[in-house]
Design a binder for this molecule. Structure first.
Ligand SMILES: Cc1cc2nc3c(=O)[nH]c(=O)nc-3n(C[C@H](O)[C@H](O)[C@H](O)COP(=O)(O)OP(=O)(O)OC[C@H]3O[C@@H](n4cnc5c(N)ncnc54)[C@H](O)[C@@H]3O)c2cc1C
Length: 775
């Protein structure tokens, strides 16, 4: 039966699939093969196992990690004055650099055996998150050495000698790393770089040695201007076949000490007003010995795979942590400000328009932090969930953008006027950085989340594609036959499952017994089945063309993302002890997410090119159209209320913010918030007796002298918050002058040209290696 099926049915389908299914370039293959699948695969398979999700151990800190957060991290935050950094110094103060290095902030991911802190992904994320609540500049400075770059690459792929040499120096800050991938021509399409390395002989420690002559021009490189070692990505060529592997070897990553002759580094960009070190660098005929390649000679040409593998994990930590901090800061400060700022004689937080924004911030804070913790838990279980990392990168930064914009709108003039008292503009200006780096967001949404997710997280697609590419024809057919028929079996089962769940409104879909949250689990089970069916139909009817239909792909990505983010919110609710008081924020998040999911399905069905398939899907999945309406007004009000008054729920939402030592604006806000809460009963009493002015209320005997005094102190505290900075004209011109004197080049810098193969190359100078490297 099986061989009959294989020859008569599978074979023609195999031929068709070879043409129809998306083909993979080498760089795509590397991206897809990097990392793992995890909970995303369960969501994709149409029937998530909720008990499995709820049983995942929540992310936890070890005692030394807690001590680090309460000690050095708080101390560092106390030292940070963001206004001074961004507007006066244009850099972190020297004592902050020294403190970061001495406390090993740059060595969080380096194992203890190499002198690093050896922290878990969760601890690493918590540190970045807390610092981000104080200064984006400081957070980025800490993020980079712990993210994609020399530390991570050496740790994963370095030779023993490289690890022994570099990791202890990176851990204690003797060496400052940066990572150079982006060049002017190659941004999102980083693999198209024109930076080159030519295998050649050159001067080394022991005479003439085999090495690489490099020519490059990179830009936007964080920590570049102060780096002592540059992790450089370039295309390696071996025209004389010295390595015996042909001419084109491929993308390779090497460590280049920045003191090496021919390296030009030090000039700075000014990224969106955030004065972390970032700049371009160039190299002209820079010779490095072969042992500079990360992982040694055997890893030449493997640079792209190495980068993708490091990115699969790193993308899930740095920007999601920074974004979670931004959202929490927006929620915390805006809730407090809306509680103390009165207009038309009532706190602005009582206006429904403001409540709409507060509710959105609270829900984003809840969801994104829940998803961050779940992602860290996966990383700490040894997973590298590549698709989830992409989802986190995109959605955390996008939701930060929305939350900060909401915070700006509610604070209005108070947030617009710049100065040391303003606690929002620095984060506001920093938003485009998060959106752009580690995979610019439009590309991440349109190309990566579903483009990669469909192949990676789908139960059978990757096996089918790998079978199609198998060199041995018989084996290819056998593998394909197995995967394809399992796929068909699942597809048929899932069709009935998705249909049944849609037509019953998900009422009987599987869910754990989670009290008031049970219906939310049921809905996700329903949408998960619908998603697999809709994804299968798109792949069947569009095959490789789906890759070019970015708008469709993005909508599929949005659904997969919502499934992940909402399941992370449910997991958070479960892990935090199923708090009844947190239900409004959870319900708000779920209702908003369900509406997004139904809208995206509707848009997909309206645009799927195979119209009969779209009509069929509509019949099975959305027989009654979009049924969701999002959160009700009452739910929005209840959710907003959480940010307006102190409570355990508010504390859970805004946990992890650095104490307000140096930030005068935040200190004033916190004080006024506490006072306004304490004075609420007096206010209520005055209101019920029709007295607005405490002096008159005292005169009429409505309140006591002590209460009148309390109201006076509150009024002063509120005035101090509402105050904004002003400057003498000469102070402003001094600030502007200082900026215009900065490091921005007035002329484009001369750029090195890639060496022409036909021209004789100048003899490379002996490398003047960095002092540390020579040790
Ligand atoms: C502050 C800052 C720090 C950085 N730090 C580093 C660093 O340390 N090391 C390093 O190597 N690089 C770094 N980068 C570079 C960063 O990774 C790139 O900026 C990013 O990859 C995007 O490249 P680009 O800016 O040239 O945009 P482009 O590639 O020109 O993209 C422009 C727009 O087109 C969109 N787009 C491109 N292709 C597609 C597609 N196929 N489908 C849909 N949309 C698409 C993008 O999403 C983007 O919106 C940094 C950048 C900044 C701004």
């Amino acid at each position: 039966m099986t061989s009959w099926r294989r020859d008569w049915i599978t074979k023609p389908i195999f031929g068709w699939a070879q043409k129809a299914l998306p083909s993979m370039s080498e760089t795509e293959r590397a991206a897809i093969e990097a990392g793992d699948v995890w909970w995303d695969a369960d969501l994709f398979a149409g029937n998530p196992d909720w008990d499995k999700l709820l049983a995942f151990p929540p992310a936890k800190l070890a005692p030394d990690e807690v001590a680090f957060l309460d000690g050095p991290v708080e101390e560092l935050c106390d030292m940070l004055n963001d206004w001074q950094i961004n507007h006066e110094l244009g850099d972190l103060p020297p004592e902050v650099w020294a403190f970061m290095k001495s406390k090993k902030f740059f060595g969080m991911i380096i194992p203890k055996s190499y002198g690093g802190l050896g922290f878990s992904a969760f601890a690493h994320s918590e540190v970045v998150r807390k610092i981000s609540t104080r200064s984006i500049t400081a957070a980025v400075t800490v993020m980079v050495p712990n993210s994609l770059g020399p530390g991570e690459l050496l740790h994963q792929f370095g030779t023993k000698e490289q690890q022994d040499h570099w990791l202890p120096r990176l851990a204690d800050g003797r060496e400052v790393p940066c990572f150079g991938l982006t060049s002017p021509e190659a941004g999102s399409d980083a693999a198209s770089m024109t930076d080159t390395g030519i295998v050649t002989m050159g001067p080394g420690k022991s005479g003439n040695v085999l090495g690489i002559r490099l020519n490059w021009h990179k830009r936007y490189i964080t920590l570049g201007p102060v780096a002592t070692v540059l992790g450089l990505a370039f295309k390696l060529k071996d025209p004389d076949n010295l390595l015996g592997r042909g001419e084109d070897i491929g993308i390779t990553v090497a460590l280049v000490p920045t003191e090496t002759d021919g390296v030009e580094i030090g000039r700075r960009h000014m990224p969106s007003g955030q004065m972390f070190q970032n700049g371009p660098n160039w190299g002209r005929d820079v010779f490095v010995p072969m042992e500079s390649v990360i992982g040694g000679q055997e890893r030449v040409g493997q640079g792209w795979q190495m980068l993708m593998s490091a990115l699969a994990a790193g993308r899930g930590i740095s920007l999601p942590s920074l974004s979670a901090a931004g959202i929490v800061m927006a929620a915390h400060t805006t809730g407090a400000y809306a509680a103390i700022r009165n207009q038309f004689n009532i706190p602005i937080g009582k206006f429904e328009g403001v409540q709409e924004r507060l509710a959105r911030m609270a829900a984003s804070a809840y969801v994104i932090d829940g998803a961050r913790r779940l992602t860290c838990a996966a990383l700490d279980m040894g997973k590298k969930p590549a698709v989830i990392s992409g989802i986190m990168k995109y959605h955390a930064t996008e939701r930060m953008r929305t939350a900060i914009n909401d915070a700006m709108d509610v604070h209005a003039g108070k947030a617009v006027i710049d100065g040391p008292l303003n606690y929002l503009t620095a984060i506001y200006r920093g938003i485009p950085i998060g959106i752009t780096v580690e995979g610019a967001n439009i590309l991440t949404r349109c190309l990566i989340i579903f483009g990669q997710g469909a192949i990676r997280s789908h139960p059978y697609l990757l096996s089918e594609m790998l079978a199609l590419g198998h060199k041995n024809k018989d084996r290819a057919l056998a593998h394909f036959d197995k995967a394809f028929w399992a796929h068909v079996g699942l597809a048929v089962k899932n069709l009935f499952r998705a249909w049944g769940r849609a037509w019953t409104g998900g009422r009987f879909a599987p869910a754990p017994d989670a009290g008031p949250a049970t219906p939310h689990f049921r809905q996700l089970s329903r949408y998960s089945a619908a998603f697999l069916l809709a994804a299968d139909m798109a792949l069947l009817t569009m095959g490789g063309a789906l890759k070019r239909r970015e708008m469709l792909s993005a909508r599929y990505g949005d659904i997969l993302s919502e499934l992940f983010l909402l399941s992370a919110a449910l997991k958070r609710w479960h892990d935090e002890g199923r708090q009844e008081a947190d239900l409004p924020v959870l319900d708000y998040a779920m209702q908003t997410g369900f509406l997004t999911i139904e809208q995206r399905f509707d848009e997909i069905l309206a645009n799927l090119p195979a119209r009969p398939i779209a009509w069929m899907l509509r019949f099975f999945l959305m027989p009654f159209g979009i049924r969701r309406r999002g959160p009700s007004d009452a739910l929005m009000q209840a959710t907003a209320e959480i940010l307006l008054t102190p409570s355990a729920t508010r504390d859970r939402l805004t946990t992890g913010i650095a104490r307000d030592a140096e930030n005068e604006g935040l200190k004033r806000l916190q004080r006024a918030f506490e006072l306004v809460t304490a004075a609420e009963p007096i206010r209520e009493k005055m209101k019920s007796l029709g007295a607005r002015d405490p002096a008159i209320a005292l005169e009429r005997g409505f309140i006591t002298r002590a209460e009148a005094e309390q109201m006076k102190i509150l009024a002063e505290a509120v005035s101090a918050v509402v105050a904004v900075d002003d400057f003498a004209p000469e102070e402003i011109s001094a600030l502007v002058k200082q900026k215009s004197k900065g490091d921005v080049p007035s002329q484009p810098r001369p750029q090195p040209q890639p060496p022409q193969k036909s021209k004789p190359q100048p003899k490379p100078k002996p490398p003047r290696r960095a002092k540390a490297a020579a040790e």
